[in-house]
Design a protein around this ligand. Structure first.
Ligand code: AR6
Length: 171
């Protein structure tokens, strides 16, 4: 286990990181789950920044990521990524989830961020099996960190009990 990965149980909106990652939807319209919590904590400036991206590029495809300000969050910025909806596993879901992690990390690398925090993308409303998602997330982040110097550290912030148990067992 690379020393640059950590697990924490809690609310990602409370974290002082260079960026926290949001499990958004392609329209960047906000929603429930972690997306709703991040928008509430950040304030209306976040929805405005998302609307600007929508105007510019129509939103964010599944597996891609975009960067916005962090508004009132303790974190300096938000990286919005869109994980896949789980359709049973035969619709390229695993690769799309990998891409969501990699696209987010590519932004963090580009901006030379020290610390980035991830929620457990796609494992809520989008229904991705948590065990498989944890394996994919840890492998994707581990491979990226082994290859690049930025971000220096990644924290997986687990909110629900099952994800916390899965990540703690692996890290
Ligand atoms: N901090 C950290 N993790 C959280 C928090 C929090 N405050 N709140 C929830 N989680 P979900 P998805 C965890 O449903 O499956 C939204 O409506 C939660 O326990 O937020 O990628 C978007 O707009 C779960 O493990 O995201 C999209 O439409 C994880 O966050 C859609 O949901 C992800 O659950 C995206 O679905």
């Amino acid at each position: 286990m690379p020393a640059r990965m950590d697990v924490m149980v809690g609310d990602i909106t409370e974290l002082s990181a260079d960026a926290i990652v949001n499990a958004a939807n392609s329209a960047l319209m906000g929603g429930g789950g972690v997306d709703g919590a991040i928008h509430r904590a950040a304030g209306p400036v976040l929805a405005q920044a998302c609307a600007e991206i929508r105007r510019r590029q129509g939103g964010c495809p599944v597996g891609a990521a975009v960067l916005t300000v962090g508004g009132n969050l303790p974190a300096g910025a938000v990286i919005h990524t869109v994980g896949p909806v789980w359709h049973g596993g035969g619709s390229n879901e695993a690769e799309l989830l990998r891409q969501a992690y990699r696209s987010s990390l590519a932004i963090a690398r580009d901006k030379q961020m020290h610390l980035v925090a991830f929620p457990n993308i796609s494992t809520g409303v989008y229904g991705f099996p948590k065990e498989l998602a944890a394996d994919i997330a840890i492998a994707a982040v581990g491979e990226f960190l082994a290859r690049y110097s930025w971000p220096e550290r990644v924290i997986f912030v687990c909110f629900d009990r099952e994800n916390a148990r899965l990540y703690q067992a692996r890290l």
